[in-house]
Write a protein that binds this ligand. Structure first.
Ligand SMILES: [Zn+2]
Length: 118
């Protein structure tokens, strides 16, 4: 799995076509995923319910982001049990919702591309 190609929204097979219609993964617009790679015609929709597993990746990303925000708050001198830390962490995760959605699907697709093909 190439995380750089996933961050660039590239096809896991040819690394040239785009998986999502938008090039900017940080866009706030709702994500639209293409059915096939425009370059190599690799099928991105493996089977019904394939992307349900991406929820686990999204959960991990959100947890990581909350931990980073919490660490930053602690570095800036916030109290360890302050509710503000939780509020700021939740706000950051909500702001990054579209990014997490796209990255979770891309990581999930990259994880299973070689497994399904072999
Ligand atoms: Zn491709």
């Amino acid at each position: 799995m190439s995380l750089i190609h996933a961050l660039q929204n590239k096809c896991p097979k040819c690394h040239k076509g785009q998986v999502f219609n938008t090039k900017n993964l940080l866009s706030f617009r709702p994500a639209a995923m293409q059915e096939n790679c425009p370059h190599c015609h690799y099928n991105f929709s493996k089977e019904p319910g394939f992307y349900w597993g991406a929820m686990y990746v999204s959960y991990g990303l959100a947890t990581l982001e909350m931990a980073v925000v919490y660490a930053i708050c602690m570095t800036l001198g916030a109290n360890a049990v302050d509710v503000k830390n939780l509020v700021v962490s939740i706000l950051v995760v909500l702001i990054l919702f579209q990014f997490n959605f796209r990255m979770a699907r891309l990581i999930w697709l990259y994880l299973f591309t070689n497994v399904i093909e072999s």
